[in-house]
Write a protein that binds this ligand. Sequence first.
Ligand code: AHR
Length: 307
Amino acid sequence: QALNGQTEKRANSKKNKIVLGFAQVGTESSWRLANTKSVIEAAKEADIELVYDNAEQSQEKQIEIIRRFIKQKVDVIAFSPKTETGWETVLQEAKEAGIPVILSDREVNVSDDTLWTAYIGSDMTDEGRRAADWLVKNVREKEQYRIIELQGTEKSAPALGRKKGFDEVIRQYSQYELLSSYYGDYTLQSGRLIMERALQQYGDRIDIVYSHNDDMALGAIQAIEDYGLAPGKDMILISIDATRPAFQAMAAGKLNMAVECNPLLGPQLMKAVRDLMDGKDLPMKIITAEGLFPMETAKRELHNRDF
Ligand code: AHR
C-alpha cells in the first residue's frame, strides 16, 4: 500500500511539472552549442520538463517541431527562429491552442505582436552599432579604410540587426567604405569560403573584415593566412559573440576585437517560463547586458569565459 502511494505521488508530481518545448535552430556555431547546453542544464536545475528538438537550419523543420509541440500540448513553447519572417501561421496555431511562445535569442517580424509573448536575448542592432563605434574610435590613422562584411544567415534577425547597426554608424564617416557584404551561415566553413571569395575579388585592398560571428571570423582567419597575409595585422578583424575560441584568436593576435553576445540564456528562459505559469506578466523584451573585448584584454579575460 505504502509503495502504491509513493508511486502515485511520483506520477502526480511528474504530471504537475511544467513542460517546455524548445525548438533549437541548429548546431552551426560554438555560440549555439553553448546556448543549447545552457537551456538543457537550466531546465534540469529549474525542474522543468524540457522537450528538446533541433531544426538543423531548416525553417520547415522548425515549423514541424513547433506543430508537434502544439499537438503534445506542452505548457510553453520557446524557439530560436531561423529567419525573421514566415511564422504567422504556426504562431497563430499556437495562440489558438492557448500555448504561449517565447522567442529565444532571435526576434520575428510578424504583423501581430500578440502572436508571441516575450523575447529573451541580445539587441542585435546595438551589437552592430558597437562594433562600428569601436572601429571609428580605434582604427583611424589611415585616410581610407575598405571594409568587407561577412553576414550571418540571410533574413535572420542577427544578420539584419548587425548589418543595420553597423551601417548606421559607418555611413557617417567618409573614411570608411563598405566594399562588399557576403552571406555565410554562421559556420567556420562558410566564413572561410566567403573570405576566399572576397580575397579573389579585392585581394590586399581589404583593410577591415567585419564578421557577424566568431566562427565565420575564425574561417576568415584561415583564408587570410592561406592568402599569405597576417590577420589582425595586415587586415583588422572584428567579430561578434566573444566566445572562448575568439578569445584564443585574440590572444594569438589574429582577431582585433569581439563584441559579446551572451548565449547563456537558459536561466532567464526558465525564470520566464515559471513566471508565465504563475500568471505573471512578462516584459515584452528581456535584453541581456553585454561587453566588448579588444584583443589587449584577451589574455586576462580568457579564463573567465565559460562559453
Ligand atoms: O542568434 C545568435 C547568433 O547565432 C550567434 O551570433 C551566432 O554565432 C549564432 O549561430
